[in-house]
Design a protein around this ligand. Structure first.
Ligand code: HEM
Length: 248
């Protein structure tokens, strides 16, 4: 409680004291800057307190800070409502650690809303980037080829007709990475044969195609790719079905 009173006094001093010194009211921009500074400091101090094992102390520091700051956010009603909602939600959480995390989110929201970080990377716009770029796609492709090669429902080697030796696998994986890149907005160009040409005469069935698509979904899930991105990639792959599946 004492810590909270002290903190509230500090916030009021930081905001009000300086106003008096300059003898003119603070404009909103100045007030915002100070709110961000106070919130930032609380987050840094709170993290330190939390990491030393004092979850309750951290929670109360965040709570005091947000209680003092909330009335100063009346010009940002949405943010103010979010802060109040998180304070309320935190007070109902079972552990102090959970409450501290809830309020840490609020502190971050205040900072990001008032002063969005300028050097923040823009959200990944291409599916390729969202998948994690070349390294991640290579890993997915590698796992996919392993799973498909072992599954008789896919019959990847077409009953042993195509030998998957180390060199063959390396080439196939490279082609698949390039293929995914070109289908998802990545920087690598596909340099292989057309899908029709590559699979001509393999007599691949819809069921075999589906089995391979199933492995793709399972592998992407293993790599924690969000469902919307899985759907987008599967849709792109499904676009090749007409060129790969051959009807008797
Ligand atoms: C059940 C389905 C499939 C089977 C059994 C299958 C089988 C094969 C085999 C055996 C090869 C090697 C051919 C060779 O060495 O000449 C190959 C190559 C390839 N496959 Fe498939 N495939 C299937 C589906 C797909 C799908 C869905 C894609 C992509 C969307 C794909 C992309 C490729 C690529 C990029 C190559 C390399 C082409 C090249 O060497 O230029 N395949 N496939």
């Amino acid at each position: 409680m004492r810590a909270r009173i002290l903190l509230a006094a500090l916030v009021l001093f930081a905001v009000g004291g300086l106003t008096r010194a300059q003898d003119k009211p603070l404009d909103r921009a100045d007030l915002d800057k100070r709110v961000v500074a106070v919130v930032y400091e609380a987050a840094v101090k709170g993290t330190d307190i939390f990491n030393k094992g004092n979850h309750e102390g951290c929670y109360r520091l965040y709570e005091g800070t947000l209680m003092a700051v909330a009335p100063l956010l009346d010009h940002r009603p949405k943010l103010q409502a979010t802060v109040k909602m998180r304070l309320d939600r935190a007070s109902k959480l079972k552990t102090a650690a959970d409450a501290a995390f809830e309020l840490r989110t609020a502190l971050d929201e205040v900072q990001n809303d008032i002063a969005p970080p300028k050097d923040k990377k823009p959200a990944a716009t291409t599916l390729w980037d969202r998948l994690g770029g070349e390294k991640a796609v290579r890993a997915v492709v590698h796992d996919l080829v392993l799973a498909a090669a072992e599954d008789p429902k896919v019959n990847f080697t077409r009953n042993g007709k195509y030998k998957l030796d180390a060199k063959g696998v390396e080439h196939l994986e490279q082609m698949l990475v390039e293929f995914v890149s070109s289908a998802t907005g990545g920087p690598l160009k596909y340099t292989g044969k057309s899908m029709k040409e590559a699979h001509k005469g393999m007599m691949i069935t819809d069921e075999e195609f589906n089995a391979l698509a199933g492995h793709l979904v399972a592998t992407l899930k293993k790599y924690k790719v969000p469902q919307t991105d899985i759907d987008e990639l599967v849709k792109a792959v499904d676009g090749t079905r007409k060129d790969i599946v051959e009807k008797k």
